[in-house]
Design a binder for this molecule. Structure first.
Ligand SMILES: [Zn+2]
Ligand SMILES: [Zn+2]
Ligand SMILES: [Zn+2]
Length: 135
């Protein structure tokens, strides 16, 4: 799985890429930049972590998730994202109890009616509430 993803995206296998991708494959929800650094801190420097995440975003392997506190969250892409082209127009859910951020792959961000002459580029939506596990 892990090696297949790297191969499919024509990425050479490095320890950093393997380790970081493994974290995403193992986690159920989204990962914060800080979590990733904490988990890899011993073996890789910040620049390696940062570059690896950027490469994964460019390749369509992971996507950014908007947050209210400007922290950076990433999650694995499950749609057919490609290099330079993401299709993650799904809603994200943040649980107020366990603080997990979850990708709602099947819930699409609704189209918003804009004033005449406005051109939308990107829209995202986050719903806060209580997740199924915390109910
Ligand atoms: Zn994506
Ligand atoms: Zn929860
Ligand atoms: Zn997502």
């Amino acid at each position: 799985m892990l090696l297949e993803i790297l191969k499919k995206n024509q990425l050479s296998v490095t320890e950093g890429r393997k380790k970081i991708l493994e974290l995403f494959l193992k986690s159920e929800g989204a990962l914060a930049h800080a979590d990733i650094e904490k988990n890899t801190g011993e073996s890789f420097d910040r620049v390696t972590v940062y570059r690896t995440l950027q490469t994964f975003v460019d390749k369509g392997i992971i996507h950014h998730i908007p947050t209210t506190d400007n922290s950076i969250l990433y999650a694995l892409c499950k749609d057919n994202c490609e290099e330079g082209h993401h299709h993650d127009n799904h809603v994200h859910f943040v649980c107020e109890k366990c603080l997990k951020t979850i990708c709602l792959e099947e819930v699409t961000v609704p189209k918003v009616k804009l004033p005449d002459g406005f051109i939308p580029n990107h829209s995202e939506m986050v719903v806060n509430g209580i997740c199924g596990d915390c109910k």
